[in-house]
Design a protein around this ligand. Structure first.
Ligand SMILES: [Mg+2]
Length: 316
């Protein structure tokens, strides 16, 4: 059973109430807790030894990643993070120094984004280390950006560069919180998602949420990272750089759509606001479902999907 099949199976039976604006199915849930004009955003996420990081990894980097994943989802909704609680599951024999290291990584990133850590829980877990972060944030009701909202004709944009995150960036990335809020508050993005499962894996989520529309990507426009290019030449994980850019997970960049008339103004505004962050238009939303990858005057098949998390399983 994949993560997405599981969501589809469980979602219909989840209880709701009048304060739920958007339940399961986006990067964060959206709640109305009564503050006029405001909504609360809620997210939970876990990292697990052997799935999201290797056993011998530095505790500081593990902590950073655990907090960063949640913050990246907050960024994808255009939210402002407020506070987090943390649950640690520890295998036997974990040294207190290593737990301190995890908290160091976790708290340094949280502090940088003025996110309070307001509690947590430690439990034993013989199966290996896991860290769960639950994050609450806020946004004005009208600025929240969802996966749903893309329309045919919208340009498709991506921040930064894609692929090769296994070379280290999946543990060191900086969540795009400033960028996400800027996009949301300026009303630039018609839909948005953060890239955790790779462009090939996450773009279909946005298209599905937006009503089953499709997309055409221009192959030569995909911003392929240097790490993805290096990976093309390296050992057992070798794969063509473009495939790495499309399918490697855990880029934690923002993928969003923009109404056709706004693209030029967006790029100008972006350059002024984030001069050091690359922003690329990689294609366009279309009515016809599915994702097509344009190469010159023809098309090449889109790889089947992103990786589900770190596992390093070769995709198809
Ligand atoms: Mg996400």
């Amino acid at each position: 059973v994949t993560e997405f099949e599981l969501i589809r199976l469980l979602k219909p039976a989840l209880p709701g109430n009048d304060q739920v604006v958007d339940g399961a199915g986006d990067d964060c849930a959206v709640l109305d807790l009564g503050a006029p004009g405001m909504v609360t955003l809620l997210k939970t996420d876990a990292v697990v030894e052997g799935v999201h990081f290797e056993s011998g990894e530095s505790p500081v980097r593990i902590g950073h990643k655990a907090m960063g994943r949640c913050l990246s989802d907050m960024a994808a909704m255009g939210g402002l993070p407020v506070a987090a609680v943390v649950t640690l599951g520890l295998p036997e024999g974990w040294h207190p120094d290593r737990i301190e290291g995890i908290y160091q990584g976790l708290c340094a990133l949280a502090a940088r984004w003025r996110t309070a850590v307001v509690g947590g829980e430690v439990t034993r877990n013989p199966g290996g280390l896991f860290i769960n972060v639950c994050l609450v944030g806020s946004a004005t009701r009208e600025s929240v950006v969802r996966r749903a909202g893309a329309s045919p004709g919208d340009g498709i944009f991506v921040t930064g560069e894609l692929g090769g995150s296994l070379e280290g960036r999946h543990l060191d990335f900086e969540p795009r919180l400033a960028e996400g809020r800027w996009l949301a508050e300026g009303g630039w993005a018609s839909s948005m998602i953060d890239l955790s499962d790779g462009l090939a894996g996450d773009l279909p989520h946005l298209l599905e949420a937006s009503g089953g529309i499709g997309a055409e990507l221009r192959m030569e426009s995909i911003p392929v990272s240097r790490a993805a290019k290096l990976r093309g030449a390296r050992g057992d994980m070798a794969r063509p750089p473009l495939l790495a850019a499309l399918c490697d997970g855990e880029d934690f960049e923002l993928l969003f759509t923009v109404r056709p008339g706004k693209a030029v103004a967006l790029l100008d505004g972006w350059k002024a606001a984030f001069p050091s962050v690359r922003l690329t238009c990689i294609g366009r939303i279309e009515t016809k479902p599915g994702v097509r990858l344009r190469e010159g005057t023809g098309f090449r098949p889109m790889p089947g999907g992103g990786f589900e998390h770190f596992a390093g399983v070769e995709g198809n």
